[in-house]
Design a protein around this ligand. Structure first.
Ligand SMILES: C[S@@+](CC[C@H](N)C(=O)[O-])C[C@H]1O[C@@H](n2cnc3c(N)ncnc32)[C@H](O)[C@@H]1O
Length: 300
């Protein structure tokens, strides 16, 4: 998500304006990571799991709800990825945010986790979390670009990428790189936004600017790219209701905390963001689907 202008889009799902470079994405997180925590919660930086499976947990504020939903989503995904892993598994977190999910994954699996991000300030926060968690030696964080990974072929037993692929200017490259670094039989668990229906240009622009992303594509295009990258689809789960609620909560929290945001980030930031919040919300409500995909790298 960004509060800076990264170009325009044609509102049709075509290429629109220029897709952001990793440096731009990183710079956005460097500048506005703390603002994001004010409107999205701070335990992680993904959509969150607002719709529980059969249980209700009381919360007393919207921000508490955000943190609860994010933790719930992290746990849910960790359960899926940890199934069938060897003890001491080597795991990669592609787009690790502020490190909470990577640390949870290491605790949950007993494996060794490497997290990468394009944001320097996120890396600093990752290190803080790591020192508190006492998992040094089993978890490490580094600057890294998902579309050009620094890791050797076949070097991980599994990987996850939670809400990172929406940022990528070249998703096929990200998929190919994830496949390359996984061992044969290894899994990538990823989340991705896709688009339904025809949105108006203002809505698409608001989404791509706030999220620092290219416009979401159709699910069919995503599926084609997954196949072309050489993955098999082991599981697909539609989690769209969560992204709709996440958009609602971000809208509500932004409005509730707008004065505080202006004080911390300046008039220019809110002047830029104010007109984007409403179309961002309606785009999330009516045009964004959200998928969990478990992909496997074939044995041969
Ligand atoms: C919405 S946040 C999600 C963070 C984390 N996965 C979580 O669930 O809390 C997106 C993350 O993807 C990272 N990211 C975006 N583009 C990237 C790229 N090209 N390479 C690596 N990380 C990237 C961002 O820096 C950020 O950490």
């Amino acid at each position: 998500m960004t509060l800076t202008d990264n170009g325009t889009s044609d509102g049709t799902g075509g290429s629109g304006g220029p897709a952001p470079a990793p440096e731009e994405v990183g710079a956005m997180y460097d500048r506005f990571g703390d603002l994001l925590a004010m409107v999205l919660g701070s335990s992680a930086l993904h959509v969150g799991m607002y719709v529980p499976h059969g249980e209700r947990t009381p919360v007393t504020s919207l921000l508490d709800l955000c943190d609860l939903a994010q933790d719930r989503q992290t746990e849910y995904l960790a359960d899926i990825l940890s199934a069938g892993l060897p003890p001491d598994a080597r795991l990669l977190d592609i787009g690790c945010g502020t490190g909470g999910p990577a640390i949870r994954l290491a605790q949950r699996t007993g494996g060794r986790v490497t997290g990468i991000t394009v944001s320097g300030s996120q890396l600093a926060r990752c290190e803080e979390r790591l020192s508190t968690a006492g998992l040094a030696g089993r978890v490490d964080f580094a600057y890294g670009n998902a579309m050009r990974l620094d890791h050797a072929d076949d070097s991980f037993d599994a990987a996850w990428s939670i809400d990172c692929f929406p940022h990528l200017s070249d998703r096929p490259a990200g998929l190919r790189e994830a496949r390359r670094v996984l061992r044969p039989g290894g899994h990538l668990l990823m989340t991705e936004f896709t688009r339904r229906g025809t949105a108006d240009r203002t809505e698409v622009d608001a989404f791509t600017r706030l999220w620092t992303s290219p416009p979401p594509t159709s699910f069919a295009k995503l599926s084609d790219e997954i196949e072309e990258a050489g993955f098999r689809v082991a599981r697909v789960q539609n989690m769209t209701s969560n992204v709709a609620l996440c958009g609602e909560l971000m809208y509500a929290l932004y409005n509730e905390r707008r004065d505080e945001i202006e004080q911390r980030f300046g008039k220019e930031a809110v002047a830029h963001t104010d007109p984007l919040m409403k179309p961002f919300r309606t785009f999330c409500q009516h045009h964004v689907d959200y998928y969990l995909l478990l992909l496997s790298k074939p044995e041969s």
